[in-house]
Write a protein that binds this ligand. Structure first.
Ligand code: FES
Length: 123
């Protein structure tokens, strides 16, 4: 029997066998989760958060050690957490992409502030 795992905010999902790591499930769902260590719990780049009611394997000692204080914020490592049943996880936005997005939003706001009022142009 397979489990359905859904990745937010994209809403993409995949059916996987229980025991599959969240990282592999993400690849199957064509969701990009950053990794630099190849899934060895060394880079801390694959952090995810599971929604309440999700069925992931309990974290093992190595994952807890690696997460440190982040575990209290609900983070898991996608390369270590295994799908145990239907689950919904959220993938944090890539920090570089988030910085670019924020800068673009600021630029748009500035442009909106200097753009003349179309109703006032005829005055
Ligand atoms: S992939 Fe590096 S810690 Fe998970």
């Amino acid at each position: 029997m397979k489990a359905l795992i859904t990745f937010m905010p994209e809403g993409k999902s995949a059916q996987v066998r229980p025991g599959t790591t969240v990282l592999l499930a993400a690849a199957k769902a064509r969701v990009h989760i950053r990794t630099r260590c190849g899934g060895n719990a060394a880079c801390l780049m694959c952090k995810i958060k599971a929604a309440p009611g999700s069925a992931l394997s309990p974290p093992q000692a190595g994952e807890l050690r690696k997460l440190g204080a982040l575990r209290h914020e609900g983070y898991r490592l996608a390369c270590q957490a295994r799908v145990a049943g239907d689950s919904v996880v959220s993938v944090p936005e890539d920090p570089l992409r988030a910085a670019v997005r924020r800068q673009l939003e600021k630029n748009r706001e500035r442009q909106d502030m200097v753009r003349p009022d179309p109703e006032g142009e005829d005055l």
